[in-house]
Write a protein that binds this ligand. Structure first.
Ligand code: EPS
Length: 372
């Protein structure tokens, strides 16, 4: 399966083309819309989220709500449209890059003097298309009992101490949270972190933890580097704008422990088969899923646009100037969690199709049952 996205932040549409999605999968548009709505939610988002009402239009690849095996085109219309492919717009050129955004590095790469031509595509608005495609993958995977959930582990200096034990606890406790947090008291402190950043005309990042339950052992490969599930998962998560770190299971903490205190001992009984009492590996060993829940974390840097901007340099005059200020979020950690779940769904589905076949749901189900 291949997924391409297209669209500028203030262009007419966000577009995803999903090629190689199996035939025979019932797709509920309402579920995709619900994921798009989750992506727009969360305390700390900017004014744009009050303008848009992201809703998918599925324009090909399905008949009577069931996939045909042909390429699926997904469109999400922008409301705040300011640039046009065939018409002149009224936007002034931007010449002062924001530190931490793509502005300078990409302007140098493309020989660009109007940063707007960079930021329109670099904007995290592009993740609308990824979430629409990922929400289709989630629906396919749910036919095999594979579920996704996430929670906010930290924002700024505030970190959740009491960690959830399983995916149902995450789903239950994050349900009415404004920050996708499992603890009401910690959530208040997290909101305060965002408010403090806002008062200081600053931005703040955080850490998200994602859980994937029901993944069978055997996805990915030990045989070649580019087929390892941990590598494809980490790569996909790192591709999300503002993500600067990914760790699977114990991640960086492994490096501070002895093997005897970090590896997951193996047990067997006839009822459960092989099983573990711990999951420090985060469900992946040797690049292959081992049947435990897949657990990973991602670190989001603070949003690049600052209302009290850092020093920068005008691309044209080369004079020292404060960085440009665009409408932006203070903290987009909830969006990050939703995007990460859906990017993970794309990678897990790809590994699933590689193992069990990719043409029709019926054939994949037969192969899956035979394997189990
Ligand atoms: C976003 C839409 C954008 C930003 C944000 C994410 O809308 P606008 O630029 O019109 O305010 O709010 O984009 C960025 C974080 C960025 O760096 O560009 C969205 O839909 O998620």
């Amino acid at each position: 399966m291949r997924i391409l996205t297209a669209g500028e932040s203030h262009g007419e549409y966000n577009v995803a083309i999903v090629e190689g999605f199996p035939k025979g999968v019932k797709v509920d548009k309402a579920f995709i819309d619900q994921e798009l709505k989750r992506r727009m939610s969360g305390y700390g988002r900017g004014k744009r989220m009050g303008i848009e009402k992201d809703e998918v239009k599925i324009v090909s690849g399905m008949r009577n709500k069931v996939t045909l095996g042909s390429p699926i085109a997904l469109l999400v219309k922008n409301k705040d449209v300011r640039i046009f492919s065939q018409k002149k717009d009224v936007l002034a050129a931007l010449a002062v890059p924001r530190p931490a955004h793509a502005d300078l590095a990409a302007a140098l790469k493309y020989g660009e003097t109007d940063i707007r031509n960079i930021l329109e595509r670099a904007s995290a608005r592009e993740t609308v298309a990824r979430v629409a495609a990922g929400a289709m993958c989630k629906q396919f995977l749910s036919a095999f009992g594979i579920k996704f959930a996430s929670f906010t582990l930290s924002i700024g200096k505030t970190t959740l101490a009491d960690l959830p034990k399983d995916i149902s606890e995450i789903i239950r406790k994050t349900k009415n949270s404004r920050l996708n947090c499992t603890d009401k008291e910690v959530e208040k402190l997290m909101i305060k972190e965002i408010q403090d950043a806002q008062h200081q005309k600053d931005s703040v990042g955080g850490v998200v933890e994602v859980w994937i339950d029901g993944v069978p052992a055997g996805l990915g490969s030990v045989m070649h580097y580019d087929r390892r599930l941990d590598a494809s998962l980490a790569g996909a998560i790192m591709s999300i704008p503002a993500v600067k770190g990914v760790e699977i299971g114990l991640g960086f903490h492994y490096a501070f422990r002895h093997g005897s205190k970090s590896h997951d001992a193996i047990f067997y009984n006839s009822h459960k088969g092989f099983y573990r009492k711990t999951n420090n590996s985060g469900g992946i060993e040797g690049g292959v899923s081992n049947g435990s829940p897949i657990v990973f974390r991602l670190a989001m840097k603070p949003i690049a646009t600052l209302r009290k901007p850092l020093e920068s340099v005008n691309l044209r005059t080369k004079r020292k100037t404060p960085a440009s200020v665009e409408r932006s979020d203070i903290c987009a950690i909830v969006a990050m969690a939703v995007i990460a779940e859906n990017m993970a769904a794309i990678q897990i589905m790809n590994a699933f199709l590689e193992k069990f076949g990719c043409d029709s749901l019926k054939e994949i189900k037969t192969n899956y049952c035979n394997y189990l």
